[in-house]
Every structure is written in structure tokens, then in C-alpha cells.
Design a protein around this ligand. Structure first.
Ligand code: ARG
Length: 463
């Protein structure tokens, strides 16, 4: 055990206590941010003449060499240290001697870990955003190809009205676009620097908190020092944004699973993105989509875990807060992994437009359009609804689609029908008449696609 304290202790820590207390096994992930934060701190200390320039340079080169050695595998982060902060400091002292002992001047591990976490989350917010942007790009490509691919739109999982595949996928495009905006929002809110808050009450050294904030590309220093060391709202914010990403991925996965089933056959997953059965040779299973749907549970759990951990903590720092890490690390890994795989799956999926259109017809999704046809010829909507319903019943009895009925059959229900009914209820016509903003009609959809494309091209959400 190598620890940063000991002066007032007369006994060694019990090994089990030490292990229980230690966080190195998971916070070693923060090594880069820990070193980055220390470098800014030390530059500020020298600028304020708390350290000499020589000491600053020794510390900076020591920290740079630790970073390099960790990255190229020469220096292993082992459990002999309590946490990542002790690891870096101990190694620094080993490398540069006396100057290294001055690094922690005017700092506590409380503001240090608060800083490390902010730097880390900030990086991961951006990495997640890039993955979302990549998914959006793949979705947009599908939309561009399928503005004429007709399919049933569902309500209550019952075929309702015809839409296009472009329109259906476009709904997910909106969800993931909002996810990116949410990330940008929380990034803005969290981008303040807690370094200099000390253990809880600031310090007596003349630290320049604005300078460290600037060096680390934060908007400004955080305000109240007690809040600064005990605020984990941004972790909760990020986790809840990740939960929404998972909720969207999970709903999408559910549809992919349905559409891939023998009953729907709307699509076929690429062999590289599906798996077989050990016993049933005919099977091709959508495991990736199922796992994405399944993993949503653990990400929700990570959010609930942290909310519960935080709810009873008095000001300011308490060790409970060390529990902020594993959950969010797990959520980040899970969401990023899911986004990457889901994007690959969508990039390779093959859609079956004929099956989709046939399904829309068999589901009488143009029954509303039959009624609208009559309304346009002066029949009151309520009567038109009844006539269309009776025609659907005929179709069910003879296992046909509305388009398959003869003009005589139409006329038996209402003399108002003419031969233009077929054109009026074709899938193409039913969809293309829907031209209100956001509707599936081809012109409306092309407008949406153009806007989505320019959004993707210029969405500098973090600039
Ligand atoms: N490992 C600790 C954490 O993650 C670092 C801060 C420790 N501070 C302290 N006063 N013991 O929260």
C-alpha cells in the first residue's frame, strides 16, 4: 500500500479496509485527465510565484514522461496505489524528487477528482456525439433511398395509414438529433472548472482560478467551493442523456426484430450482423438488436444507482461520491458499443420494399383514403366512413386488398365511385397527398431530408 497520508496515524490500515477504500482498479481510467489537470495547476502555481519556473518545468516534464510511459505500456497502473491521484503523485516524486512534492500545493483530492471527472465526462460527451452523428448519417442515407418505399404506418401495432420507409426512419433521425442537442446542452452547463475549490473552502494561496479554467478550456471557474467539490449533477445529466439514447436504440431495435421476423419479412440483416442457432439450422437471429434492447436495462440502472447514491449526502465531499465512477463508466462503454454496432447493422441491412408495400395493402391502410375520396365527391364523412368499412369487410371475406375490388363492387356500396378510385387509393397517391410539414408525402419528405442533410453538414454543436 502506498498512501498519501500517514502523519497522524500510528497504525497501518487494515488490508481489507485499504482494499475496500481503494478506487485505483477503476479510476485508473482517469490517468490522462489527472495528468492534464495537474499540468494546468502547476503552470498556474508558477505564474502566481507559488512555485519557481524551474520547479514547474521539472514537474511538467515528469508528468509528461509518466503520461508517455503509461500510454506506451512501460508504466503499469497497479493496485499498490489507493487511487489514480496517488499513483501519479508517487511516480512524479520518484522521477523528479523534491519538486514533485510541491505539485499538490493549494489542491485537495476533492477538487482534483471533481476536475478529473469533468474532464473525462467532457471527452466522452464528445465521443458519444460523434457516434450519434455517424448513426444519423447512415439513417439519412436510408431515407434518401426510400422516399418511394411504401409501408404500413402503425398505431396500436395495427396497420393504420401508409407511410414510407424514409418517413419511418426519419422519426428515429429526430430522436437521435435531439440526443445530440441534449449532449450539447449538458456540455454547456457542465463546462466550468472546479479546480481551486480545495477540500471544500478554497485555499489561502493566491490561486488564479480563471487561469486554470482557461488553460483547460472551461468557460469559467465554478462558483461556490462547497458545491464545486460535491456536485455530480453533470454525471447524472450525462447518464440521463445516455438513458434516452438507449431508449431510442431500444425502440428501434424492437422494430428491427419485428421487421426481421418471418411474419413481417420487411428486411434482412446482413450475415455479419446476425447469428445462428446451435440446433435449428434455418434460424438467423437478430442478436445485436436484442442485446441493444437488453442492455438498456443496465444503463437505466446506472442512472438510478447514482441518483440513489447522491440523495443523502451532506455537504461537502463524502466518500460515497467515489461510487459515481463505475456506473458511469459502464454506461459509457455500453452506449458507445451499442451505437457502434447498431450503426454497422443499419449500414448493412437490406430492406424488402415489395413486402412492405404488400403489407400496407393487405392491411387496408388506404381505407381512410377511400372515405376521403367520397368526401371529396360530396358524401358526408360519417357516411363515407361506413361505406369504406363495408368495403373492407368485403375484402376480408374474400381475402383481397381494396385495390383488388372491381368497380361494380365499389358501386354496390356507393354509386359515387368512378374508375378514378384506383388512382386515388394507390399507395403512391395516398402517401404523396400528405404534404403538411413533417408528413410522408414525397415533396414534404424531400424537404425534411434536405434540412436533415444540411443540419448534419453544419451541426457544429460543440463549437
Ligand atoms: N478516490 C476518490 C474519489 O473518487 C478521490 C477523492 C478522495 N478524497 C478524499 N478526501 N478521500 O472520490
Amino acid at each position: 500500500m502506498a498512501q498519501l497520508w500517514g502523519g497522524r496515524f500510528t497504525k497501518e490500515t487494515d488490508q481489507k479496509v485499504y482494499d475496500f477504500n481503494a478506487s485505483i482498479s477503476f479510476d485508473k481510467r482517469l490517468y490522462r485527465q489527472d495528468i492534464q489537470g495537474s499540468m494546468a495547476h502547476v503552470k498556474m502555481l508558477a505564474k502566481q510565484e507559488i512555485l519557481t519556473e524551474e520547479e514547474r518545468d521539472q514537474i511538467l516534464s515528469g508528468l509528461a514522461s509518466i503520461l508517455e510511459d503509461v500510454e506506451n505500456g512501460k508504466l503499469e497502473i497497479t493496485s499498490q496505489y489507493e487511487d489514480i491521484h496517488s499513483f501519479v503523485e508517487a511516480n512524479l516524486i520518484q522521477r523528479v524528487g523534491e519538486a514533485g512534492k510541491k505539485l499538490h500545493t493549494g489542491r485537495s483530492r476533492n477538487d482534483q477528482v471533481a476536475l478529473d471527472m469533468r474532464l473525462y465526462i467532457r471527452d466522452e460527451v464528445q465521443a458519444t456525439d460523434e457516434l450519434l452523428a455517424r448513426l444519423l448519417k447512415v439513417l439519412l442515407e436510408i431515407m434518401e433511398k426510400h422516399t418511394d418505399t411504401y409501408m404500413p404506418g402503425f398505431t396500436h401495432l395495427q396497420k393504420a395509414q401508409p407511410v414510407t420507409l424514409a418517413h419511418h426512419i426519419g422519426a428515429y433521425f429526430e430522436m437521435f438529433r435531439r440526443d445530440r442537442e441534449r449532449l450539447a446542452d449538458l456540455y454547456k452547463r457542465m463546462n466550468y472548472c472546479p479546480l481551486g475549490a480545495g477540500a471544500l473552502a478554497g485555499t489561502t494561496y493566491p490561486l488564479d482560478r480563471k487561469l486554470t479554467a482557461e488553460l483547460l478550456k472551461f468557460t469559467a471557474p465554478t462558483r461556490n467551493s462547497m458545491d464545486s467539490v460535491s456536485d455530480r449533477d453533470y454525471v447524472v445529466d450525462f447518464l440521463s442523456a445516455l438513458c434516452l439514447v438507449m431508449m431510442h436504440l431500444s425502440r428501434f431495435s424492437e422494430e428491427i426484430i419485428l421487421w426481421n421476423s418471418n411474419e413481417y419479412q420487411f428486411l434482412e440483416l446482413d450475415d455479419a450482423y446476425s447469428t445462428g442457432s446451435s440446433i435449428m439450422p434455418q434460424k438467423k437471429n437478430p442478436d445485436i438488436a436484442e442485446l441493444v434492447r437488453g442492455k438498456t436495462g443496465r444503463v437505466y440502472g446506472d442512472l438510478m444507482g447514482l441518483l440513489t447514491t447522491m440523495k443523502g449526502i451532506p455537504l461537502a465531499y463524502n466518500k460515497d461520491m467515489q461510487e459515481d465512477k463505475e456506473g458511469v463508466f459502464d454506461a459509457i462503454d455500453t452506449v458507445q458499443n451499442c451505437l457502434e454496432l447498431f450503426t454497422g447493422m443499419m449500414d448493412t441491412v437490406v430492406f424488402h420494399p415489395e413486402a412492405m408495400e404488400a403489407s400496407a395493402k393487405r392491411g387496408f391502410t388506404n381505407a381512410t383514403d377511400v372515405a376521403d375520396y367520397l368526401v371529396n365527391k360530396g358524401v358526408p364523412f360519417r357516411d363515407a366512413h361506413g361505406i369504406s368499412g363495408r368495403l373492407v369487410l368485403r375484402c376480408i371475406e374474400k381475402n383481397a386488398a381494396l385495390d383488388d375490388l372491381s368497380l361494380e363492387e365499389f358501386r354496390e356500396e356507393s354509386p359515387v365511385f368512378d374508375s378514378d378510385i384506383y388512382q386515388a387509393i394507390s399507395m403512391k397517391n395516398c402517401v404523396d397527398k400528405r404534404l403538411t410539414i413533417g408528413a410522408p408525402g414525397k415533396r414534404a419528405m424531400e424537404e425534411e431530408i434536405a434540412q436533415s442533410r444540411s443540419y448534419l453538414e453544419k451541426a457544429g454543436l460543440f463549437s
